[in-house]
Design a protein around this ligand. Sequence first.
Ligand SMILES: [Zn+2]
Length: 457
Amino acid sequence: MEIIRHLRNGSFIFFGIISSASAHSPPQADAAANAPQAPDEVLFQNVRVFDGKSSSISAPVNVLVRGNTIQEISASPIRTATGAQIIHGRQKVLMPGLIDAHWHAMMAALPPARMMTAEVADLNFIAAQEANNTLMRGFTSVRDLGGPVFALKRAIDANMVNGPRIWPSGSIISQTGGHADFRMTYDIPSSGNAALSRGEAIGGGIVADGTNEVLKRTREQLMLGASQIKLAAGGGVSSHYDPIDVAQYTEDEFRAAVSAADNWGTYVAVHAYTPKSIQTALKGGVKVIEHGQLLDEDTAKMMAKKGAWLSSQAFIDNEYANPQAGENRAKQKQVQAGTDESFKWASKYKLKVAWGTDILFNPKMTRNQGALLTTMTRWYSPAEVLKMATSSNAELLSLSGERSPYKGKLGVIEQGALADMLLVDGDPIADIQLIANPSKNLLVIMKDGLIYKNLAE
Ligand SMILES: [Zn+2]
């Protein structure tokens, strides 16, 4: 396996000073000192294409990548510059890089006890290793729905660490006793000038009660570079103080977060399962519902009317479910029991549906990221599932507008789009299980025009 690390268009933000390295500038970090330069052009010859939008695979074509962009797609031979890298596709299938719309780069591979006790440096090293694994599973972009991910994102963008593009939310904003209140019961009652808890100090979740505090905490995440804001709107499975049925935050508090995000050109997503939590958030102007497994018909209608997104997961009682114990296991079963019906309502009311995994706190489970995508075939055709994880998820990412960290089109293979692509050893529409075994079946992994894996030559 060939891994090429190279700096291209890497931008690095440090104390407000922004510097941008131009295309093909020499690597700045020692880590990349021995890496070969990426060629100006990469030509995929004789590939069939799943373009992220169509339900079928194309006839054989050639695809030229120049810099970080898809330059040309043609059934006729394409001329290349001298020094172009040629990849012989042998009619394998080229598809857009996968996008996970609900990921936690800092928490996916870390048990909670370790999360709360480790040094911050440990958290970053573990997350960096998992970021590389994520990219090697074919996920070239993730929407991060909570956690102190800003430094990791910068390191990936500067090619100091291999990993996916990250759309960060930063700290999950939670009311007292809500889904992201990670304090201990002995911290309660808290005094007005109480020190931040560990989970707050490291940027995992931050408690905010009342519109003023919600405004302040929202603005803080935007200052740190959040591309969207995450609030907890109702009971959670992995959290300890909030039964599943409770609603969290008032309409006014949602409106405060939404107005601060809107001033910054972006939006608020909420963790919510139940009708009441979803409806209150929607009334407060929230645009994206994360999970939604317990939504009912009226709530689906309301989401449709408001054009809200359902950012959902294949939460069923199978081997891929996040391991839970005791009361949390009971809560998990409640949520899993609603999943079939939530997708039924989503289809009936033609909701915009995004897909993510939400793998949490377990290094053994992260390897199932692709397998979790394949389980979506319980509700959707393989082509629909693959479109969801590419072009639909990219549409959701674009809600961040100017706060999107990466300019250009993703989730599709078309002229002018960013070159995030996978070469698959087979047809993923005919056999979506190929995605579940990425080390074997993903022959080429390209992100931003750079080749991170190449078994094709
Ligand atoms: Zn989550």
